[in-house]
Design a protein around this ligand. Structure first.
Ligand code: FES
Ligand SMILES: [Fe+2]
Length: 386
């Protein structure tokens, strides 16, 4: 596999295979359209209320109809751009506060233009407020963000999403769910590569009850290509992994396996199984604007049913991790302001390289209409110390 870095311009260190190319990070990280994104936690949206959200620099108004079903519209009236989130909602139709146009909450189709007199036969059913496929999964509202339509063409009937929204894999009928969310002051690429970067662990996530820099040791991990992403193959989890430490209370260490997948545009899923017990999480880093993203960790598990401090402890550990990542990225954002040249090195940053290559391959396939060429030719073992 070539070690180049297709999205980025390369500078310095010509042909230094041991150092890897010095790369200049493009400040306007590309946001991928045509995918599902998490918009907001379900419990922030009550029936017959409107909430604002922003995904990929698209302002959205999200609501829940009388039956409790969620919908997402572009938060700009197609008449003169008034945010529809400032309007009113009766459980079926959203009314713009400026001239009272009314839109069906789900399709965005215009239902009423109050200023029209009977002989003005404007075909209002051909007018749409932009609307987006919207689904609720695992305590989150997901919105499908399609490729932007032609500029100035107005909106038309929304196309259905090509796939259902992503879901956390679950392995039993009964389980618990919990989520954590944090805003990150950086572009989505830094958020994502921060997520798949093993080398920051001992420095950012150290704690006396967890691990210290002294616990750094050499690790070998097997990776394989999967559609739109890569998998860290089923293996006995790192002795530093959070749920693993808790799972050891339940099962003997050798029976525990874990699989970690990364899939475009932003999905990291981790499944840990130990006999009939399982822990599964789906973490996403969602682009809000070019310089801002949000991390959402949602976990499902069937453990701890008899262990009173279990879920609380797990949430505490995760909250601590997410907060450590968030404050690290806040510090990093200060340095990134001045657009420094950056590097990705082998092997610790190889997953980050794959991420950029997958993104580039996806965009290339979209441009040419050809099938996406996966950047990995087959399974590989990466080595690093962490
Ligand atoms: S701007 Fe919405 S009705 Fe005129
Ligand atoms: Fe981290």
């Amino acid at each position: 596999m070539p070690d180049d870095f297709p999205l980025q311009s390369q500078t310095g260190v010509p042909g230094g295979p041991d150092v890897g190319p010095l790369v200049s990070q493009t400040p306007d990280a590309l946001m991928l359209f045509g995918f599902w994104y998490r918009a907001l936690p379900s419990n922030q949206l009550r029936r017959r209320e409107l909430a604002k959200a922003m995904l990929l620099e698209q302002p959205l108004v999200i609501g829940r109809d009388r039956q409790g079903q969620a919908f997402a519209l572009r938060d700009a009236c197609p008449h003169r751009g008034m945010p529809l989130s400032r309007g009113s909602f009766d459980g079926e139709q959203v009314e713009c506060p400026y001239h009272g146009w009314r839109f069906d909450a789900h399709s965005g189709q215009c239902q009423l233009i109050p200023s029209l007199v009977p002989e003005q036969n404007l075909k209002i059913d051909r007018i749409y407020a932009g609307s987006y496929p919207c689904e609720e999964r695992d305590d989150f509202i997901w919105v499908f963000i399609p490729d932007p339509g032609p500029a100035g063409a107005g909106f038309s009937k929304p196309a259905p999403a090509p796939t259902p929204a992503p879901e956390i894999p679950k392995f039993s009928e009964h389980y618990k769910l919990a989520y954590l969310t944090a805003d990150l002051p950086c572009n989505v690429d830094h958020g994502i590569i921060g997520l798949m970067d093993p080398a920051h662990g001992p420095f950012v996530h150290q704690a006396w009850w967890w691990r210290t820099q002294k616990s750094i040791h050499e690790k070998h991990k097997n990776f394989e290509p999967i559609p739109y992403g890569f998998r860290m193959s089923a293996h006995t989890p790192s002795s530093n992994s959070a749920p693993y430490k808790l799972l050891r209370l339940y099962a003997d260490a050798d029976s525990i396996t874990t699989t970690i997948d990364f899939v475009l545009p932003n999905l990291r899923s981790e499944v840990i199984r130990a006999g009939k017990y399982w822990f599964s999480s789906l973490t996403t880093v969602t682009p809000i604007t070019r310089n801002q993203c949000r991390i959402d960790v949602v976990a499902a598990w069937n453990l701890f049913r008899w262990l009173p401090f279990g879920p609380g402890l797990l949430k505490f550990v995760f909250a601590k991790f997410v907060e450590q990542d968030r404050s690290t990225m806040e510090m990093q954002a200060e340095g990134l302001k001045y657009n420094p040249h950056l590097m990705l090195i082998d092997d610790a940053d190889r997953p980050a390289k794959w991420y950029f290559q997958l993104k580039a391959a996806h965009l290339e396939a979209k441009r040419t209409g050809a099938e996406m060429r996966h950047p990995m030719e087959g399974p590989v073992t990466l080595k690093w110390r962490s």
